[in-house]
Design a protein around this ligand. Structure first.
Ligand code: GLU
Length: 492
C-alpha cells in the first residue's frame, strides 16, 4: 500500500503542562515522518479552548519539542498552525454537511437531551432529526450518523475496531453559536492539512469512528489511524497529573538528558528487538515500525528511566558532561555562593562525578563539599563515622600530623592513612570513615584521596582540625574519651 509521502501531525491543546504521553506521541509522529522520503511532521496547536489556553503552555510545547530533537529548523517540520485561525473553514465544513443533508439543526437544550437520554449510550434520541429545522440562534448542528452497518476503524496498531453505527448518537459538530466542536475542527484541519496518517493517544479511538464518518461525508478519503497505548505507572494505574510526575519539563529540570527521554519514551509501546533498550537515535529512526507497537498499556518506570539516564550520562564525553552540568553549578540550583565556585576544581572532580550521578541535578550533592566552607553538616553521617569517639579522635589527630608533611597526591595520601590505620589496628576502610566525614560531610561519595588532592592541603587540614574540635565538644566528660587527652591541632 503506497500513500506517497507521509504527512503526520502533532496536535496538542496548550491547556496545561506538556505531558510525557504527549511527548511520546510527538516522537512517534516525528520518527514516522522522518522515515518517509519527503515526509512531514505538522505541528498544529489546537487553541480553540480560549478559556484554558495560555501562550506560555504553547511556548513550553515548542521548546520541549526542540529539546527532544523535533526541530523547527528541520525540513521535516511544518507549522506551527493554529486551529483558531481556521474557524471559517470549520464553519464552512459544517454548512456543507448541512447542505448535503448529513447534518441537521437541533433545538433541544442540553437539559432536555439529558432528561430523555436512553439506550446503552445514553445519547441523543434523534428528536429533531426529521424536523428540517433551519439554522437559528442557539441551535446546535448534529451529524446524522448512519442507521445501520458498522464503521470499521482500521488501526495500524490495534487492527480493525468495528463501531456499530446504530449505537453512535447523532453527535454535535457545531455549537449553538456556530462554532465547531473538537471532533469537526480536528477532522477538518487534518483534511485541509492533507494529513494521511493520524498517530495519537488511545483515548481518541472512539473519536476516530466519528471522524472517519465526517471525512467520508465531506467527500474525502479518511487518513490511516494509529492509536498508541495508554501509559500506566508502576501500579498499573493510568498516569495522572495529580498522582504521577508527568510533566516533561520536570524531568528536564531534574537533569534527565534529552537523549534519555527520547530513547525511553520511544520504548513506551515499542521495542527495538533482542535485548536492546538503550539504542542510538539513528537505530530508532531506522527500525521503528508503527505496526510493531504493542496495543497493551505501556509502563512508565521511573527507576528504569533513571538507570537509563545514568548510562547516558556515563557515555557523554567529559567536556560535554561538564557543559551539561552548568545549569546546576550556580545558585539557585547550587547551594554554594557563586563566587565560591572554582571551575578548575570542578573539572578535576568531573571524571569522578560522572560515574556517580543518575540525574544531573545530583551533581550538587556530589561536589558541594568543595565549594562550601565549611561543608554542610550531616548529622547522620557524622554519628555513623564518629560513633567510636576515641578512635575517631585518634585517627583525626594522627592524620593531621601525617598530612602536614605528606606529598599532596592521591597515592601518598592513601599510604599515609593506611599507616595511621595500621598504627591503630584498623583497616583502611575504617580509618577512612572519620576523615571522609570530616572533609566531605558524608559517609559515601567521591573517591577520598583524589578528592583531597583537589581540596588542597590547607583546607583539608582545617577541616580535620574542625572535626576534632567538634568531636571534643560532643563528648563532654566521657571517661575514656577525648576530653581526657590533650587535644591540640596536631594532637599529642
Ligand atoms: N488536541 C487534541 C489533544 O490534545 C488532539 C487530539 C488528536 O491528536 O487528534 O488531545
Amino acid at each position: 500500500m503506497s500513500f506517497g509521502s507521509v504527512r503526520v501531525r502533532f496536535a496538542p491543546s496548550p491547556t496545561g503542562i506538556f505531558h510525557v504521553g504527549g511527548a511520546r506521541s510527538a516522537l512517534f509522529n516525528w520518527v514516522v515522518a522522518r522515515q518517509s522520503p519527503g515526509g512531514r511532521f505538522v505541528l498544529r496547536i489546537e487553541d480553540t479552548d480560549v478559556a484554558r489556553n495560555r501562550p506560555e503552555w504553547m511556548e513550553g510545547i515548542v521548546r520541549a519539542l526542540a529539546w527532544l530533537g523535533i526541530s523547527q529548523e528541520s525540513e521535516t517540520f511544518e507549522g506551527p498552525y493554529f486551529q483558531s485561525s481556521n474557524a471559517q473553514r470549520h464553519g464552512a465544513a459544517a454548512r456543507q454537511l448541512f447542505q448535503v443533508g448529513r447534518a441537521y439543526y437541533c433545538a433541544c437544550t442540553r437539559e432536555e437531551v439529558v432528561a430523555r437520554a436512553s439506550g446503552p449510550h445514553r445519547g441523543y434520541d434523534g428528536r429533531c432529526r426529521e424536523l428540517g429545522l433551519p439554522r437559528g440562534e442557539g441551535r446546535a448542528l448534529r451529524f446524522r450518523t448512519p442507521d445501520d452497518g458498522v464503521t470499521a476503524v482500521a488501526d495500524l496498531i490495534r487492527g480493525a475496531t468495528e463501531f456499530p453505527n446504530a449505537a453512535m448518537e447523532d453527535f454535535v459538530i457545531a455549537r449553538g453559536d456556530g462554532s465547531a466542536v473538537f471532533l469537526l475542527a480536528n477532522a477538518v484541519d487534518d483534511l485541509d492539512q492533507r494529513i494521511n496518517l493520524v498517530i495519537r493517544g488511545e483515548e481518541h479511538l472512539s473519536n476516530a469512528a466519528k471522524q472517519q464518518l465526517l471525512w467520508e461525508a465531506l467527500g474525502a478519503t479518511p487518513p490511516r489511524w494509529a492509536h498508541v497505548p495508554v501509559i500506566v505507572n508502576e501500579k498499573r494505574q493510568k498516569l495522572s497529573k495529580r498522582r504521577d510526575r508527568v510533566a516533561l519539563e520536570d524531568y528536564q529540570a531534574e537533569g534527565y538528558l534529552a537523549e534519555t527521554m527520547r530513547n525511553y519514551l520511544m520504548l513506551l509501546g515499542w521495542a527495538p528487538g533482542g535485548d536492546r533498550e538503550i539504542v542510538p537515535w539513528s537505530v530508532i529512526e531506522a527500525e521503528f515500525r508503527l505496526e510493531n507497537v504493542n496495543s497493551s498499556p505501556a509502563q512508565f518506570d521511573v527507576n528504569k528511566l533513571r538507570s537509563f539516564n545514568g548510562e547516558y550520562i556515563r557515555t557523554l564525553p567529559l567536556a560535554e558532561f561538564v557543559e551539561r552540568c552548568q545549569p546546576w553549578l550556580t545558585p539557585p540550583a547550587a547551594p554554594w555562593p557563586a563566587q565560591s565556585f572554582d571551575e578548575k576544581a570542578f573539572a578535576a572532580l568531573a571524571p569522578l562525578a560522572q560515574t556517580r550521578v543518575g540525574v544531573l541535578s545530583e551533581i550538587t550533592t556530589v561536589v558541594d563539599w568543595v565549594f562550601l566552607d565549611p561543608p554542610a553538616f550531616d548529622e547522620a553521617s557524622w554519628s555513623k563515622a564518629m560513633k567510636d569517639h576515641a578512635t575517631a579522635g585518634d585517627i583525626l589527630r594522627a592524620t593531621i600530623a601525617a598530612y602536614q608533611t605528606s606529598p599532596w597526591e592521591a597515592e601518598a595520601l592513601k599510604t599515609e592513612l593506611e599507616r595511621v590505620g595500621n598504627g591503630l589496628g584498623l583497616k583502611l576502610g575504617k580509618a577512612q570513615a572519620p576523615v571522609r566525614v570530616a572533609v566531605m560531610s558524608r559517609t559515601v561519595g567521591l573517591p577520598l584521596f583524589e578528592s583531597l588532592t583537589v581540596l588542597g592541603r590547607e583546607r583539608t587540614l582545617a577541616r580535620l582540625r574542625a572535626a576534632l574540635d567538634r568531636l571534643r565538644l560532643t563528648t563532654p566528660g566521657e571517661p575514656s574519651g577525648l576530653a581526657s587527652r590533650p587535644v591540640g591541632p596536631e594532637g599529642p
